[in-house]
Design a protein around this ligand. Structure first.
Ligand code: CMP
Length: 139
């Protein structure tokens, strides 16, 4: 059975462009409850840790640089079927391939600066949520 939590972060491009509020509105209107949230900035090392699964990929160094270039807004979200429903809401990794009305179609600039992250499994949602919110109260 699929879980009821997922992890997301609004990425530096979308935060810098002032889209944080509009994106959170989309998330809440889609039925997700924000149970933990903060605004923070990663070091390049922390970005590398978070995306360690991609360390052999050619875009890894650029991704670490980009993800540590400005403020981000990580969140833990709650809803039934959270992981799959959230990935539908945000759309494809490449905004050129994202469906109309998705967060990435509306706000992403490129396949790298793609506005928002969404966990790809219940297991990764738990790992990624702990990365930012271990020991934090959830409401
Ligand atoms: P995300 O869903 O957070 O997971 C990994 C991230 O790496 C992805 O979003 C993009 O920001 C980035 N990414 C994935 N594929 C590419 C690519 N082909 N070129 C550059 N960046 C990528």
């Amino acid at each position: 059975m699929s879980g009821n939590k997922t992890f997301t972060m609004i990425k530096p491009d979308a935060v810098a462009d002032g889209h944080t509020g509009a994106i959170i509105k989309m998330i809440e209107e889609a039925g997700f409850k924000v149970v933990a949230m903060k605004k923070t900035q990663l070091t390049s090392e922390q970005a590398g840790q978070f995306y360690a699964v991609h360390k052999e990929r050619p875009f890894y160094a650029d991704l670490c640089r980009y993800m540590s270039s400005g403020a981000i807004v990580p969140m833990i979200l709650e809803k039934s079927n959270a992981v799959a429903d959230f990935r539908t809401l945000i759309g494809a990794t490449d905004p050129a391939k994202a469906d109309e009305g998705t967060v990435r179609k509306l706000y992403a600039k490129s396949i790298e600066a793609n506005a928002i992250h969404g966990s790809d499994s219940d297991e990764n949602a738990a790992i990624e949520g702990s990365f930012f919110f271990a020991g934090t109260e959830q409401y």
